[in-house]
Design a protein around this ligand. Structure first.
Ligand code: CA
Length: 179
């Protein structure tokens, strides 16, 4: 059985989150929704999503704060979807560690393409050989990935990437049986 990639949509406008949810579900993604920043933090920790779609204008905090905080401990991909269309807002979000930036109003196809691209990148990175994966014990949804023999370089992956590595390994193991 295929495990679906889980997308967390952080958006306080129900019409927009509903639209994004319908579009992603019909394209085979699992979708969870947070309506505020504090909800987003707790859902990132408890659900370990594979990617976050983030609105910047939230009722309890600025989405920029979410990017900054999440980036202190995980490389979980973040795509900003915001009505702020100034160049400086895009630069500020990307600077803080967002992976991509889409301006509202946006088309379903644009978000889907960027999101799929981002998830495929993670899967590609995870399918490399020679990695030692250690689940980080203090930080939920975070896996430390050490390249074998090079323990100084320690890129940190989010849990979705960790699951992808396990998935790829599972496929390899399966294929090697009887080979
Ligand atoms: Ca908003």
């Amino acid at each position: 059985m295929n495990i679906k990639d889980k997308i967390l949509v952080v958006e306080d406008e129900k019409s927009i989150s509903g639209f994004i949810r319908a579009m992603l579900v019909s394209n085979g993604y699992d979708v969870i929704i947070a309506h505020s920043g504090s909800e987003a933090f707790s859902m990132i920790s408890s659900h370990c999503p594979d990617l976050v779609v983030l609105d910047l204008g939230l009722p309890d905090m600025d989405g920029m704060t979410i990017i900054e905080t999440v980036r202190q401990w995980t490389q979980l991909p973040i795509i900003v979807v915001s009505a702020r269309s100034y160049e400086r807002d895009k630069v500020a979000a990307l600077d803080r560690g967002a992976d991509d930036y889409i301006t509202k109003p946006f088309g379903a196809a644009e978000l889907l393409v960027k999101l799929t691209e981002r998830i495929l990148l993670v899967e590609k990175a995870a399918s490399g050989h020679g990695y030692i994966v250690r689940q980080h014990s203090e930080r939920p949804c975070d896996a430390v990935v050490l390249k074998a023999g090079d323990e100084h370089a320690a890129p940190r992956l989010h849990d979705g990437a960790y699951r992808n590595i396990e998935r790829v390994r599972g496929v390899h193991r399966k294929n090697n049986v009887g080979a």
